[in-house]
Design a protein around this ligand. Structure first.
Ligand code: GLU
Length: 492
């Protein structure tokens, strides 16, 4: 049987790293098996779904390099691929379930159900629907309709043996009958609930494997009961373990960014993010962390995924991104320039004017910053001063290097020597600084440190002579002048 898997995002927010991870494992499984990967939009929650989120989720999947063979934008033989366009199918199968007496119309109002729930809670028991609409007579039904009640559709769940989920990652999981009552599959407004729409779609789309987050494990017995009631064979399921933050608590916004888009904006590379996802709960080889996409596809087996919660360790992801970045700078520096350009643009430092000269300049900054650039945003963290008109001095830097009483004079000396000097490149600048140190009986550090603060605002950064050469004589002289003024006015 041809392997068919799917990712089924709900467009109620930006693509979450957890959903991207499970989509990626579905995708790896499919590509490994030369199967078909489907993208289905689960947008039945009309109050929370938006077109903007759908577009952004699809864009972020594409950016990650997770492509689909069938979906709302590319079509396919099992469409439509958006749940709101499949309402007729849910209606058809809800009717079918009622015909089979596996489901029934329930006329209870939310208020009545609430009262039932409160009563159960007062009695100290767990709430289960009483089943009071299970076997209504024609006349009772007519009376409810005459009152203007609109029914929901509920599954009829009779007591039976435990439901067994044979999970490819979690192993065998049993759900006793106490977990199940007559659950609703269609709301009174006619929209299907997740468990029901999901089953109808997975079956009609001939899905063979479902890889998803473990928050859906508890839904699986309900879904299995629907498959059973319709006489369908369920797909194989694999529920991935919960992702944790570095404090070993469930990953949440508290830990930092959880949307793929945030990482994209910060200038992470999709290939690094994929490699990082791949190693969450899966260890293709011992003591090895970097894999090409081809290798991942070739090695992936869902059975090898561990049921051990992985940690979303951003520091590790950033390290990994740095590895990919080094490689990319050597192979395709233009892409790194574009990545940094986007970050600079986002930060409003390019004024939207990007000429070939701007790109050459960005490339030179990247070169000077060297290994410091692990992600695109590092160009800001370590090199923002290359793109700003003035410099903001960090308070620590001021305290450390601008407080000596002769510092303005030292900066002034250097300024004059630089203004007079010949060609302005790194070697020449270094000679000027060293000669000045000898002439004035200073340690070179006594010049280098305050000059760095004057030019960059920071105490640390790339090689001073290289960065001076790249800033160019005019900007260096100007920044030294500004620093001298600043120091004089601060101490006067
Ligand atoms: N729309 C569901 C979600 O985003 C899909 C879950 C599933 O894969 O079955 O969580």
């Amino acid at each position: 049987m041809k392997v068919r898997t799917r990712t089924a995002p709900s467009p109620t927010g930006y693509l979450h790293v957890g959903n991207a991870w499970s989509a990626f494992f579905n995708w790896l499984l499919t590509r490994n098996q030369r199967g078909v990967f489907v993208l289905r939009v689960e947008d039945t929650d009309r109050s929370r779904s938006t077109e903007e989120f759908e577009t952004s989720v699809l864009e972020d999947f594409k950016w990650l390099g997770i492509d689909w063979d069938e979906g709302p934008d590319v079509g396919g033989g099992y469409g439509p691929y958006r749940q709101t366009e499949r309402m007729h199918l849910y209606r058809q199968y809800a009717d079918e379930l009622r015909t089979r007496r596996a489901a029934y119309h329930c006329y209870c109002t939310p208020e009545e159900l609430d009262a039932e729930r409160k009563q159960a809670e007062a009695a100290g028991g767990a709430y289960r629907y009483s089943g009071r609409c299970r076997d209504l007579s024609e006349s009772q039904r007519a009376a409810f309709l005459a009152e203007g009640r609109v029914p929901t559709v509920r599954m009829r769940i009779d007591p039976g043996p435990p439901i067994v989920v044979d999970d490819l990652v979690q192993g065998r999981v049993e759900f006793g009958p106490e977990h199940l009552d007559d659950f609703i599959i269609v709301r009174s407004n006619g929209t299907p609930l997740y468990n029901f729409a999901n089953v109808v779609d997975d079956h009609l789309m001939a899905i063979t494997h479902i890889v998803r987050g473990s928050e859906h494990l508890n839904n699986t017995p309900r879904q299995l009961l629907i498959y059973q009631a319709l006489g369908w064979t369920p797909p194989q399921v694999a529920h991935l373990p919960v992702i944790l933050g570095t404090d070993r608590k469930k990953l949440s916004k508290r830990h930092g960014d959880t949307a793929v888009r945030d990482y994209r904006r910060a200038g992470y590379l999709p290939e690094a993010l994929r490699n990082f996802f791949a190693l969450m709960a899966w260890y293709p080889e011992e003591d090895r962390e970097i894999y090409s996409m081809q290798e991942l596809i070739q090695k992936f087996r869902i059975q090898d995924v561990n049921n051990v919660s992985p940690t979303f360790d951003v520091a590790k992801l950033t390290w990994m991104n740095g590895v990919y970045m080094r490689d990319l700078i050597a192979r395709d520096p233009d892409r790194v320039v574009t990545l940094c350009q986007d970050v600079l643009n986002d930060a409003g430092l390019l004024d939207g004017r990007v000429t070939p000269e701007t790109r050459t300049y960005i490339a030179r900054v990247i070169d000077v910053l060297g290994d410091r650039i692990k992600i695109g945003r590092d160009i800001l963290a370590y090199g923002d001063f290359f793109f700003t008109d003035g410099v903001t001095y960090e308070p620590d830097a001021v305290k450390k290097y601008f407080s000596r009483k002769d510092v303005a004079a030292t900066l002034g000396q250097l300024r004059d020597r630089i203004a007079r000097a010949g060609p302005f490149e790194a070697g020449a600048v270094e000679t000027i600084v060293r000669e000045m140190a000898t002439d004035l009986g200073l340690q070179t550090g006594e010049i280098i440190h305050p000059v760095r603060v004057a030019l960059t605002g920071k105490t640390a950064g790339p090689g001073l002579f290289e960065l001076m050469a790249l800033l160019g004589r005019d900007r260096v002289v100007q920044r030294l002048d500004s620093a001298i003024d600043w120091i004089r006015s601060a101490t006067s």
